[in-house]
Design a protein around this ligand. Structure first.
Ligand code: CO8
Length: 258
């Protein structure tokens, strides 16, 4: 595995693990870190041994936002020419499921990164929020869009306009996270959960992820047209035969991912 500057990657069986690693600045996300996260994710996405990606923080935070030091002197034209958010577009194209583990702060760009995960576990000390309003800016990596699609306009505007921090309990209530666990169990429980997904038929998971993400953008009719193409596609897979034969033979299926 490649060594990165701002993240640490490893494998754990069928899981590709990515940990943000700038704990002194609460994992503030600079541009290099985003491109490293993307590179690591795309690597795991192409790796046939890996079925699920797990993304976590390190130290006191998941990530306390974009690196303010890096961007504070940028002009609009600097940002336009930099075109940094194409990396975030590519993050949204990762095909394998991404499970996030959030401890401590997930703020600003850190919250946006958490919202790029498909499933989220959080420790009970986790705090989510968009404090950009306090800096005279706003989210730029999908925050106003993903939060609104997830929790609706009312809560999204309240949280964006006040910059308030939302507790793990409240995040669970609004469907932002899947589960709250004790801080000392966060890694273990996230890995256990990621492994249950890693043991499922990989192509089913892959095409369901794609269909669910399309459902967020498409009308019901278009979403259903898209879904049925993926449904049909699975009938060319070995795993469809394996799954259905195993059912008839009253045994556990052994899925190969093809
Ligand atoms: N950028 C750079 N440094 C940071 C950041 C950050 N976002 N957050 C924390 N740090 C640094 C602090 O400066 C401090 O460094 P030092 O020890 O050198 O002074 C260190 O991390 C520890 O932080 P604190 O001493 O402040 O720790 P506290 O426990 O007192 O406070 C907080 C924790 C409340 C999280 C506080 O650090 C804070 O408010 N941080 C900033 C949060 C914020 O405003 N985030 C939004 C940034 S804007 C943004 O994300 C825009 C997204 C746009 C696109 C995304 C692209 C990636």
């Amino acid at each position: 595995l490649k060594t990165f500057e701002h993240i640490v990657t490893s494998t754990n069986g069928r899981l590709g693990m990515i940990a943000l690693n700038r704990p002194k600045v609460l994992n503030a996300i600079n541009r290099k870190m985003v491109s490293e996260i993307l590179e690591a994710m795309e690597g795991f996405d192409r790796d046939n041994e890996i079925r699920v990606i797990v993304l976590s923080g390190n130290g006191r935070a998941f990530a306390a936002g974009a690196d303010i030091d890096e961007m504070m002197d940028d002009s609009s034209i600097d940002l336009e020419l930099l075109n940094q958010f194409t990396d975030w577009d590519r993050l949204a194209q990762i095909k394998k499921p991404i499970v996030g583990a959030v401890q401590g702060f997930a703020l600003g760009g850190g919250f946006e990164l958490a919202l790029c995960c498909d499933l989220l576990f959080a420790s009970n000390d986790a705090e989510f929020g968009f404090p950009e309003v306090n800096l005279g800016v706003m989210p730029g990596a999908g925050g106003t869009v993903r939060l609104t699609k997830l929790v609706g306009k009312t809560k999204a505007m309240e949280w964006l306009f006040t910059g308030k921090r939302v507790s793990a309990e409240e995040a669970l209530h609004y469907g932002i996270i899947n589960r709250i666990v004790a801080p000392e169990l966060l890694e273990e429980e996230t890995v256990k959960f990621a492994n249950t997904i890693a043991n499922q038929a990989p192509l089913s998971i892959r095409l369901m992820k794609e269909s669910v993400l399309k459902a967020i953008d498409y009308s019901l009719y278009e979403g259903m047209q898209f879904e049925r193409k993926n449904f049909s596609l699975l009938f060319s897979s070995n795993d469809q035969r394996e799954g259905m034969n195993a059912f008839k033979e009253k045994r556990r299926p052994n899925f190969s991912g093809n």
